[in-house]
Unconditional design. Structure first.
Length: 143
């Protein structure tokens, strides 16, 4: 790491609690608003855990094509969903598939979840209005 990158990192680290607090605020808005959408369920954080909401993960109802949802959100509403946790489950990542010969169908739950999960945008300067716009747009796409 260069000196300038280290200096930037240190300045950002001093604001870490603020960043996490803001991400949690957006997650609470998403949690509350998504309750009104039948076709998507947020991933629940266990009560004994605390998330920094680096990503806000939700699961689409079976039968909904994730790529269509992403395309419509981007095309109609200007919303880009952040990168999924894993588009392919770990056992189907090329390195594991090639080294160990894993094939599809061996871990059906992981494969299903990876195909249906989306990550709603979360960033430290996100406003309540922006979060509600994301959810309203998602509701329209899923309608």
């Amino acid at each position: 790491m260069s000196e300038i990158h280290a200096a930037i990192g240190l300045s950002q680290f001093r604001r870490l609690e603020e960043f996490i607090r803001n991400r949690r605020r957006i997650a609470r808005i998403y949690d509350e608003e998504i309750k009104r959408i039948d076709k998507v369920t947020p991933v629940k954080i266990p009560p004994e855990m605390k998330s920094n909401y680096y990503k806000y993960v939700a699961i689409l109802e079976k039968g909904i094509d994730r790529s269509t949802v992403k395309e419509e959100l981007k095309g109609k509403y200007g919303i880009s969903l952040s990168g999924e946790i894993y588009e392919l489950p770990c056992h189907l990542q090329p390195i594991f598939k090639n080294l160990y010969g894993f094939r599809g169908g061996e871990l059906p739950v992981a494969e299903d979840i990876c195909q249906r999960q989306i990550c709603l945008p979360v960033f430290v300067t996100m406003t309540e209005e922006q979060a509600k716009y994301v959810v309203d747009s998602l509701r329209e796409v899923l309608a």
